[in-house]
Structure formats: C-alpha cells, structure tokens
Design a protein around this ligand. Structure first.
Ligand code: XBP
Ligand code: MG
Length: 248
C-alpha cells in the first residue's frame, strides 16, 4: 500500500536550473568580481555534479584563474554559493518559476487520500524555502511530513542519504513509498534507497538514460494525468510509456 510520495525539487517540482540557479550563479560571479559565465550548454554539463557548491568546485578544476589551494577554492565556493542562493531566493520570490504541470494536482490528491508528502533534495534549505513559499504560500511546510535538504543529508545524490533519511522521518518502508525524480543521479539515489521511482523528464535530462525507472514521461499531465490510483496499481510493474523526444 502506498503511504508516502517523496519529491525531488530541482527539475521535478519546477524547472529551476536553467532559468533559476544558472542565472543566479552568473549574478553571483559578477557580484564576486569573477569573469565567469555559465551558458546553457555549459551548465548542462556541470549538472553532472549535484549540489551547487560541489558544482563550483568541479568547475574550478578547469579554470586556471581559480585559487590554487584547496582551502582557497573552498572559501571562494562558499562565498559564491552564498551570494548565488540570495540571488536565487530573490528570483523565485518574484514568482519567476512556476510549478511543473500536474505537481500541485498530485500533491493535493495525496493530501486528500492521506498519502504523506516528503521532500528529498540536494539543494539548500533556503532555496526550498524560497521556491515553496512562492509556489504554495507561507504555510507550505504544513503539507510535508518530512523535508530533507542539503544540510540534513550532506552526501549528495546519487548517494541515497537524502532518501534514506526521508524514509526514516516518514516512518515508512521503501515498499510503502514512491519517489518522483528528473535526473539520472536522482534516480540512482532513490533506487539505492530501495524505492520505486518515476521520472518526469526535465529540460536538461530529456535524453538521459533512466534504466530502472518505474515510468518515464514528459510531465505529470502528459500523456495523461498521473494519479495515485496509477501509482498504486503499478506495484513494482513498469508502466509502458515512451520517452519524449527532445525537450519536454
Ligand atoms: C539539485 C542540485 C542542486 C541545485 C542547486 O539536484 O544539484 O544543487 O542545482 O542547489 P537534485 P544548491 O534535483 O538531484 O536534488 O546550490 O543549493 O546546492
Ligand atoms: Mg532534480
């Protein structure tokens, strides 16, 4: 029996990467006096590394104008990341990023049917706070029985830490829950925690491999609304839906 639905945030609840985090990173580079810029394709490659600070550190490996010492790099990554999150919060507070199709409907259905909601994300708490306040209003936390962000689970996806902690806080087994993700790293994290996981393809991962996913679709409304009844009926079986071509 399905008792909980666990949501990834970036790319799954909303398309936050290209028009959210990426823009904010570029604003932070400028604010920190760095002549760095992440265009759309570059950011797509960098998304292989989950976690904004970890992404910055990985990028510094390819720059010869980055600080030479590990301590210098860590300090710069911390400073830029802090600025980035402030710019990101401003951007989403202005209503810049909507929820993806079907997210609100499926969350509402879960609440009506007493299936508990949880969040398992590698993004910072402040980013979830900013996005969810903008999408669901100031009482958004009341909707969720468990909220796991980067500070709670520092080992980033594909490590299963965030999902394992969400399951523990929910008090349910992996068989009683289901995860919704958008990325290969997210899928690996959910599967490593023993969860079934469906994929709503996001902009950057439309053509990625998703072996082991329970289903793969452009979003929660296409080709038809994903409902709790469908999720319950799956019960480990794969839904025969085809991969969307190109960008969803
Ligand atoms: C999301 C991320 C995040 C965001 C930025 O991965 O990798 O790092 O890009 O957030 P997932 P922070 O959707 O798989 O959880 O800058 O706060 O890390
Ligand atoms: Mg994601």
């Amino acid at each position: 029996m399905l008792r909980a639905l666990i949501w990834d945030v970036d790319g799954t609840v909303a398309e936050t990467e290209a028009d959210g985090h990426r823009i904010a990173f570029n604003q932070a580079f400028e604010a920190c006096g760095l002549d760095w810029h992440w265009d759309l394709p570059t950011y797509g490659q960098l998304l292989e590394v989950t976690g904004g600070r970890e992404r910055l550190l990985a990028y510094m490996d390819r720059r010869d104008d980055a600080p030479a010492s590990p301590a210098g790099r860590a300090a710069l990554a911390r400073a830029v990341h802090l600025r980035k999150n402030a710019f990101y919060a401003d951007l989403v507070a202005r209503g810049g990023i909507p929820a993806r199709p079907g997210v609100r409907r499926l969350m509402d259905e879960c609440q009506r049917q007493e299936v508990r909601l949880a969040i398992a994300t590698t993004t910072s708490t402040s980013n979830v706070e900013a996005l969810f306040s903008s999408l669901f209003g100031p009482t958004w936390r009341d909707r969720f029985a468990a909220i796991v962000c980067a500070e709670d689970a520092p080992r980033k996806k594909p490590d299963p830490q965030a999902y394992l902690l969400a399951l523990r806080r929910l008090g349910v087994t992996p068989q009683e829950a289901f995860a919704i993700e958008d990325s290969p790293n997210g899928l690996r994290a959910a599967r490593a925690a023993g969860l079934r996981c469906g994929i709503t393809c996001s902009r950057y991962f439309a053509d990625a491999g998703f072996e082991g996913a329970a289903w793969l679709r452009p979003d929660l409304e296409t080709p038809r609304p994903m409902t709790l009844q469908t999720l319950q009926a799956l019960d480990g079986a794969a839904e025969s839906e085809t991969r969307p071509r190109g960008r969803p």
